[in-house]
Design a binder for this molecule. Structure first.
Ligand SMILES: [Fe+2]
Length: 242
């Protein structure tokens, strides 16, 4: 227990610092990386631009020929040297592109004979952007979530690389805390949405983009920006409170 250490001199302080560090690393693991795919060589730089607009840092990019580039991004600065918080971005590998195409053909996607399950999947995504595999980032500041969403809204309307390639959706905090409720009402991003989070004391902002492949039809991927109110350490991201 951290509380059992009492530092009385410099040696003790060092011992205390080591003990705390050991406790912090007690799990022995952290989420290292996620690998994302873009669909065409032309979409590579656009997808990279989107990640940068969302605040990710470009660590390196390696040209693979034919206009295909492998990118590495960092969600945040990682001083540990362990590769924590990495996003890899590469083009969909040919076997994956081939089977995705076979699935789309079998379901007659985009034709008059399209399988009814396709419309069901799309409707499901409209209702619940968390339905499929997606990426969630925990943000330190609500203002930063709002700033990013306003930036992306503008890019989706005006940036030639991103225009029409994003679908933005927000879940405001569930009512129950007067201060949070008032903050939501005046928010330029969350004020207008009728949608609420499932749990308490947090917000979610969803960026769905067809610049990234995902789901059984390979159509899109969602990157979620989350914020938890520090006034409630027991919030929806720590444990589910409904
Ligand atoms: Fe999520």
């Amino acid at each position: 227990m951290m509380g059992s250490f009492v530092a009385t001199n410099e040696n003790d302080k060092e011992e205390l610092a080591l003990a705390v560090k050991k406790q912090e690393n007690a799990a022995g693991k952290a989420l290292g990386h996620l690998a994302l795919h873009y669909k065409t060589p032309e979409d590579g730089p656009r997808a990279a631009k989107l990640l940068e607009l969302m605040g990710m840092k470009r660590v390196q990019e390696i040209p693979f020929g034919g206009g295909v580039v492998f990118y590495q991004f960092a969600v945040a600065d990682d001083a540990s040297g362990r590769g924590i918080g990495t996003l890899y971005l590469s083009m969909v590998p040919p076997p994956l592109a081939t089977i995705t195409q076979a699935i789309r053909q079998a379901l007659k996607v985009g034709t008059a004979q399209e399988h009814a399950a396709v419309a069901g999947l799309r409707e499901g995504m409209l209702q619940d952007p968390e339905m499929m595999f997606h990426v969630g980032l925990m943000m330190d500041s609500l203002e930063e979530v709002e700033r990013l969403m306003l930036t992306l809204r503008h890019a989706n309307e005006h940036d030639p690389d991103l225009k029409g390639r994003l679908r933005l959706l927000c879940n405001k905090a569930k009512p129950g805390d007067a201060e949070i409720d008032a903050r939501m009402q005046t928010s330029a991003v969350f004020g207008a949405t009728p949608r609420h989070t499932y749990g308490m004391y947090g917000v979610q902002a969803f960026v769905e983009t067809d610049l990234l492949a995902g789901g059984p039809l390979g159509e899109s991927m969602v990157i979620e920006l989350d914020f938890a109110f520090s006034s409630h350490p027991d919030n929806m991201f720590v444990k589910t409170i409904v």
